[in-house]
Design a protein around this ligand. Structure first.
Ligand code: FAD
Length: 437
């Protein structure tokens, strides 16, 4: 008999995994606490768009959805840095300027994934069903549904229920489960930059950044020619959400700190007043599996969004989980154990990389020193090809395991340092020889 799998959460990773498992012939039921987002629309100011890069596209390709997603996305080939005086500088993401990351609406991406899952006769989507309790050993679940309480059980349960996962909470009740949750000192708020005369107000081929030392704003383009801007501000202190607590103060702050953007934001006061402030947190836990239960996506590794990798990493989880099932001939326990063993270090590594990139985005990118390093790295990449890749390229434009990136960066820098020293020594030797002649 075919195994029945319950996935809790029909967000990005849950919806993709449903399609991957459905295509392998499993009976899949997906429970989601919210109404169907394809009809309900998105919540105001909640992560309107996001960037999908090589890792996410690799997963989408496996279910033939890469083209459908790219058709709804806008390619951003680099960062556009905005200084306080309104000056702009473009920094290409890759040495040849060829690679980019893809801005897509979260709602559109979720809809593509849900449509693909729903097309399969062996996948059922149950919206407005909130998991309320879960027995991880028996794989039995209780949901609060529109018509009251619903009980279900499955051969395997996958927790794709996000950063505040109820499935994870059930695992936490068992001895030996490690868990930590760290809130960042910064939160986020989304705002809108509408089109000007029907066209994009800024270059749509770039991810725009207004780095301001302790904080920053970014903006990503949307297909309707608007941009969604996101403030990453401290929660407390000068220039914080607590400090700038009225729409009027926000406008003044924008005029002083982001004057070029302020001109393009007629709805700033209303957006600032109505849009929620979202928290940013890193969740680490282990093990990601117990018997026939496993966690994927943010439920296993909620990370800060500064590398644009949360969903990309969740999609890589899906690839690993199904490939382990294939390798273990559908035997859940060893497959989920191996999946968790392989992916946990990757979740930890991208969490650290994301925190590191926050400092780079809000501060370093605008310093002259950073610009020299950035250009030098691109020259090295052009000279040495795949033997020298930047950290950004490895994260965004490769499927190199996240945990291998930092050691590779260190190794490359040692080699580059040695090459530079050898070049300097050779030039000095030529100089000495010339002087003796
Ligand atoms: C501001 C911001 C910008 C971001 N930008 C990027 C980016 O550019 N690129 C990128 O790759 N990632 C980005 N991310 C991260 C990305 O949004 C997440 O990593 C991704 O959404 C995780 O998908 P998920 O399916 O694991 O979890 P979620 O998207 O959180 O989905 C979980 C689902 O489970 C449901 N659920 C929760 N509890 C229950 C329950 N008890 N019962 C039933 N259902 C439940 C929820 O309603 C939800 O639909 C960003 C995040 C933020 C906050």
């Amino acid at each position: 008999m075919t195994d029945r799998v319950a996935i809790v959460g029909a967000g990005l990773t849950g919806a993709l995994l449903a399609t991957m498992l459905g295509r392998r012939g499993y009976d899949v039921v997906v429970y989601e606490r919210r109404p169907d987002p394809r009809h309900a629309g998105s919540e105001r100011g909640r992560s309107i768009n996001l960037a999908i890069s090589t890792r996410g596209l690799t997963a989408l390709r496996q279910v033939d959805l890469e083209d459908a997603v790219l058709a709804r996305a806008l390619l951003m080939r680099g960062r556009m840095i905005h200084d306080v005086a309104g000056g702009q500088e473009f920094q290409s993401y890759s040495a040849d300027g060829e690679f980019g990351i893809n801005s897509i609406s979260r709602g559109e991406l979720n809809a593509v994934l849900l449509d693909a899952a729903e097309e399969l006769p062996n996948v059922a989507l149950r919206f407005e069903h909130r998991l309320t309790s879960f027995d991880a050993d028996a794989c039995t679940m209780s949901f609060a549904g529109p018509a009251g309480s619903v009980e279900d059980s499955a051969d395997a349960v996958i927790g794709a229920d996000g950063a505040f996962s109820v499935v994870r909470r059930a695992l936490q009740a068992h001895d030996g489960f490690d868990f930590s949750q760290d809130y960042l000192s910064h939160s986020y708020k989304e705002l809108s930059i509408p089109p000007v005369d029907g066209d994009f107000a800024l270059d749509p081929g770039a991810l725009h950044i207004w780095p301001r030392g302790a904080s920053m704003m970014i903006a990503l383009p949307n297909l309707d020619r608007s941009f969604t801007a996101t403030l990453f501000w401290p929660r407390k202190g000068p220039g914080s959400f607590e400090d700038i607590d009225t729409p009027e103060k926000a406008r003044r702050y924008f005029d002083d700190n982001y004057p070029d953007a302020s001109e393009l934001m007629p709805d700033l006061e209303e957006d600032y007043r109505l849009n929620p402030i979202g928290s940013l947190l890193t969740v680490r836990c282990a093990p990601w599996n117990r018997g026939r239960v496993a966690l994927i996506g943010d439920a296993a590794h909620a990370i800060c969004p500064f590398y644009g990798q949360g969903a990309n990493a969740g999609f890589e989880d899906c690839i690993e989980l199904v490939s382990q099932l294939d390798l273990h001939a559908g035997s859940w326990q060893p497959a989920l154990a191996r999946y968790a063993e392989i992916r946990k270090p990757q979740g930890d590594a991208i969490a650290d990389l994301a925190l590191h990139n926050f400092i780079e985005m809000r501060d370093s990118v605008s310093s002259p020193g950073y610009q020299v390093v950035h250009k030098t790295e691109q020259i090295l990449h052009r000279a040495l090809g795949d033997r020298y890749k930047t950290r950004y390229e490895m994260v965004s434009f490769s499927t190199t395991p996240y945990a291998e990136i930092e050691p590779t960066v260190r190794r490359q820098r040692t080699v580059a340092g040695a090459l530079a020293a050898a070049a300097v020594a050779a030039i000095a030797a030529v100089g000495v020889a010339a002087a003796r002649r």
